[in-house]
Write a protein that binds this ligand. Structure first.
Ligand SMILES: Cc1ncc(COP(=O)(O)O)c(C=O)c1O
Length: 310
């Protein structure tokens, strides 16, 4: 976001300073990232301190959004293919491509937050590849080091990169750094991780695992009355639990948390988003471990729902 804002300032369009983000989005907890977020529980505490954001639910809204086509928007930000913290909610197929098209038409940047989806998680190296979309900024973290060492990276295009080049006196420097920027251990872990992707054909090997997970989720939904919905994007699954009549449990009952605690006894350590159980195994997971994980969620769900619904 800082790069986008500075780019437009240097291009002589400082009025392009507003960001567009999506309802129920999650982009992190620093004040800037939290400003973009659309989840009430996280957002409430920063209310009044955010910078200018417009929140939408559907890219169609951009067509009639004041300012989108006449130049006060810096960028649109989205978690591509799937919103994570919203409860593993997948976007309709084709939505990302449509969003790219609208941003191109309006000359607005598209920022993709692939912190969760990057590095094979959705079945391709990056989620955006599934819709042939190239963003103006690509935000990467978690999977960059295989999840072992904290390291993040922001990628951008040659067009943006070149705009920051110049003599010192021109003042185009991007003043942005952290204590651990370019941390050599993090970078070594990331390079080793990329070697593994190549040497162990990680992406190729994911395909049967994703298919196995797909089959198990379909069985789970069909056979367990307490499982209201299962959602999948590559090796990410959200398993939503509701009352047998389809109503959601009151959130304060913390059914999802109880199921996750019960699942520990069946050998699975995971977390919920409200009453959606998250299943996001490491990419090196085996078929057998996927089966064990889903079996644990099935057993734990039965156990907890029998207690509350009997
Ligand atoms: C989509 C998405 N964006 C951003 C973040 C936050 O990343 P960080 O903790 O590196 O700021 C997360 C963390 O879960 C995430 O899922």
């Amino acid at each position: 976001m800082r790069m986008a804002v500075q780019f437009w300032q240097m291009e002589g369009q400082p009025e392009r300073s507003r960001f567009i983000a999506f309802e129920n989005a999650y982009h992190g907890d620093t004040l800037g990232a939290a400003s973009l977020g659309g989840i009430g529980a996280f957002h409430r505490r920063v209310a009044g301190h955010e910078f200018p954001i417009t929140r939408i639910t559907d890219p169609k809204e951009l067509d009639s959004l004041p300012g989108f086509h006449d130049g006060d928007v810096a960028a649109v930000v989205i978690e591509p293919l799937i919103q994570g913290a919203a409860g593993m909610r997948t976007w309709p197929v084709g939505m990302l491509r449509e969003l790219r098209r609208k941003c191109d038409e309006a000359g607005v940047f598209l920022i993709l937050d692939e912190v969760m989806t990057g590095f094979g998680r959705t079945g391709t190296m990056f989620a955006c590849q599934q819709e042939d979309v190239i963003p103006d900024f690509l935000c990467l973290a978690k999977g960059l080091t295989g999840g072992y060492v904290p390291l993040a990276a922001t990628l951008t295009t040659e067009r943006v990169f070149n705009a920051f080049l110049g003599e010192v006196e021109e003042g185009k420097t991007f003043y942005y750094g952290h204590s651990y920027s370019g941390n050599p251990i993090g970078c070594a872990a990331a390079l080793a991780n990329l070697d593994i992707f190549r040497d162990e054909q990680v992406l190729e090997n994911l395909k049967p695992k994703i298919a196995r997970l797909h089959g198990l989720l379909a069985e789970l939904k069909k056979e367990e009355p307490g499982i209201y919905d299962t959602r999948q994007c590559g090796l990410i699954a959200g398993i939503e639990v509701r009352r047998r009549n389809g109503e959601a449990f009151p959130w304060a009952q913390r059914i999802g948390a109880k199921i996750c605690l019960a699942a520990r006894r069946y050998g699975l350590l995971t977390r919920p988003v409200l009453d959606t159980i998250v299943f996001m195994p490491p990419l090196c997971v085996t078929d057998q471990e996927i089966e064990l994980g889903i079996m644990a969620i099935r057993a734990a769900t039965r156990e907890v729902l029998n207690l509350v619904e009997s």
